[in-house]
Design a protein around this ligand. Structure first.
Ligand code: BV8
Ligand code: ZN
Length: 242
């Protein structure tokens, strides 16, 4: 059992989660499916080029992901992070690379999806229409919805080669955190994989939690090896002196 991590009244926590936090809920990770997701190569389908070339294939991929996400439940790791938020409130910033809604379903509120969200869509032409909640399943070109402006509706997802959302806010939170915990991320994809270096530079304590050492393991002051659903419950001990 990992020794508990004390959270003092002056601590500000930045938690970054990756696909590993949803693994015990039954959602495949990118690595474990070695980039193959039910036959799709993620780098080939999660890109603006794929969208231009074959929007129908992209929507089939995300429709499958929507189905997968509807058929699974949050696991103890998601619940532990929602509990942590109840204990430390606005001193926690939970940033996820995941597009699934499991953190929300476990009760997390102070949550940000830096790579977008599976159940939101937007206009491909950025005509000004804001992104919107959408749980549609679109598996043919004819089924792809149109915006009032005539352009096609696309997933509100950050693809490879696109800029993650609200990076300024993320870097501001990294600057002021005293502790960065990364849960279930292989450290393959940037800029998320570089957050640990950013946090170290501002003097934060950096902890990795997952069953295997990530590619950027050397950047962490501590590595807690284990499954998130087993390690996270009880890992953080919030000091009562507020
Ligand atoms: C950007 C949404 C500039 C999509 C995602 C060449 C050409 C073009 C770009 C690049 C290039 N070379 C590098 C780049 C940059 C590129 C990149 O990093 N590519 C990689 C492949 C090298 N990055 C980008 O394009 C990003 N944009 O760089 O813009 C910029 C930068 C900064 C500032 C301004 C501008 C955009 C990247 C976003 C892509 N979209 N998601 C979708 O979901 O369909 S990324 C997607 O893959 C995920 O969101 C996540 O970020 C990433 C997968 O990583 P992980 O979450 O870590 O998952 P993984 O499977 O890898 O690891 C799982 C881990 O869990 C493992 O370590 C495992 O041990 C662990 N685990 C398993 N079980 C458990 C567990 N842990 C705990 N408990 C368990 N039970
Ligand atoms: Zn439009």
């Amino acid at each position: 059992m990992a020794s508990p991590i004390e959270i003092g009244s002056g601590d500000r926590l930045f938690v970054l989660t990756g696909a590993g936090v949803s693994a015990e809920s039954g959602l495949p990770t990118f690595r474990d499916s070695n980039g193959l997701w039910n036959g799709y190569r993620v780098e080939e389908v999660a890109t603006p080029e794929a969208w231009i070339e074959d929007a129908e294939k992209v929507w089939r991929f995300y429709s499958m992901r929507r189905r997968d996400a509807l058929n699974c439940e949050p696991n103890p790791a998601h619940y532990a992070l929602a509990e942590l938020e109840r204990n430390v409130g606005e001193r926690l910033f939970l940033c996820t690379q995941n597009v699934d809604p499991l953190h929300e379903r476990a009760g997390s509120k102070r949550l940000f999806h830096m790579h977008g969200e599976l159940f939101r869509s937007r206009c491909e032409a950025e005509c000004g229409r804001p992104e919107f909640v959408d749980d549609g399943i679109y598996e043919t070109a004819a089924a792809i919805p149109r915006c009032e402006c005539g352009a096609r509706i696309r997933p509100h997802i950050v693809w490879f080669g696109e800029i993650p959302l609200e990076m300024d806010r993320i870097y501001a939170e990294l600057d002021r955190c005293t502790m960065l915990a990364v849960v279930g991320s292989s450290g393959t994809v940037y800029p998320a994989a570089g957050f640990v270096e950013w946090a170290r530079r501002s003097g934060a304590r950096t902890i990795y939690i997952g069953p295997e050492r990530p590619l950027n393991a050397v950047m962490f002051s501590e590595v807690v090896l284990g499954k998130a659903g087993e390690v996270l419950p009880g890992l953080f001990r919030v000091s009562k002196t507020q």
